[in-house]
Ligand binder design. Structure first.
Ligand SMILES: Cc1ncc(COP(=O)(O)OP(=O)(O)O)c(N)n1
Ligand SMILES: Cc1nc(C(=O)O)sc1CCOP(=O)(O)O
Ligand SMILES: [Mg+2]
Length: 229
């Protein structure tokens, strides 16, 4: 697999309802968050039809600088439609109940980013050994979250660190992640933190993103983190 390196350190996962509750579109929220230091964006639309999902991806792509990865949650069809329309999309994130990584890889091709959720040692092992070439794993839930009703049980920092140590792939933490969590996550070897409400529901997404980016940069990169990036 030859995937362009992706900076997952401050990884914004969008939620349209949270953005709209603050009077902003997803694209407006992303544009502000990128100014604050978001390094990767995942568009996650659990209750939107394909056309609206594609529209949101298109609007977000238009405001994203080249160096910020744009990842589509779940919907390989939306990723493919966006790419076919000439929109710069980087890849897809799927979970254990979505299309299997091998099917996704066959569809998205060798150069696209493929993220996979993994919350147990078995899932991490399978992800690393999958011939589909999983690029990174999302490990959660770090803390309880109100954003995803069916999130896995909370791991806490010790649980996350134990799983991150077992992972041969770059691992991002997700679920109730606050800026104060980032130094400890980075020390545990995380490649980054995935955040929904901490940025989408913030009054000022740029300031919120900056708080995550500053907290991340307070701790130097571990050598293993660099190896995995
Ligand atoms: C970075 C990252 N990690 C985990 C998830 C969760 O994915 P999944 O388990 O498929 O759940 P949904 O997001 O589809 O509800 C994620 N989206 N991103
Ligand atoms: C999309 C998602 N996946 C999770 C997992 O644990 O796999 S938790 C989650 C939602 C995270 O939202 P917030 O940052 O608002 O807590
Ligand atoms: Mg999913």
């Amino acid at each position: 697999m030859t995937v362009t390196p992706v900076d997952l350190s401050v990884y914004l996962v969008t939620d349209a309802a949270q953005c709209e509750a603050r009077g902003r579109s997803v694209a407006e929220t992303v544009a502000q968050a990128v100014k604050g230091g978001v390094t990767a964006v995942q568009i996650r639309e659990k209750h939107t039809d394909g056309g609206d999902f594609l529209r949101t991806v298109t609007e977000v792509a238009a405001v994203l600088p080249e160096h910020v990865a744009l990842i589509v949650n779940d919907r390989v069809d939306v990723f493919l439609a966006a790419r076919a329309a000439g929109i710069r999309v980087s890849g897809v994130h799927v979970g254990q109940s979505d299309l299997p990584p091998s099917a996704v890889r066959d569809l998205i091709g060798p150069h696209a980013v493929l993220g996979l959720s993994a919350a147990t040692p078995d899932e991490l092992r399978a992800a690393a050994q999958d011939p589909a070439g999983v690029h990174h794993v999302g490990i959660g839930a770090l803390h309880a979250t109100r954003t995803k009703a069916d999130a896995p049980p909370s791991l806490g920092h010790d649980g996350f660190a134990r799983l991150a140590r077992l992972s041969d792939l770059p691992a991002v933490a997700i679920g109730g992640v606050n800026p104060a969590d980032l130094p400890r996550l980075r020390e545990a070897g995380a490649a980054g933190a995935a955040v929904v409400s901490g940025i989408c529901a913030a009054q000022d997404p740029s300031a919120a993103a900056r708080a995550y980016a500053d907290a991340w940069s307070r701790v130097p990169a571990r050598s293993r983190e660099k190896d995995l990036a």
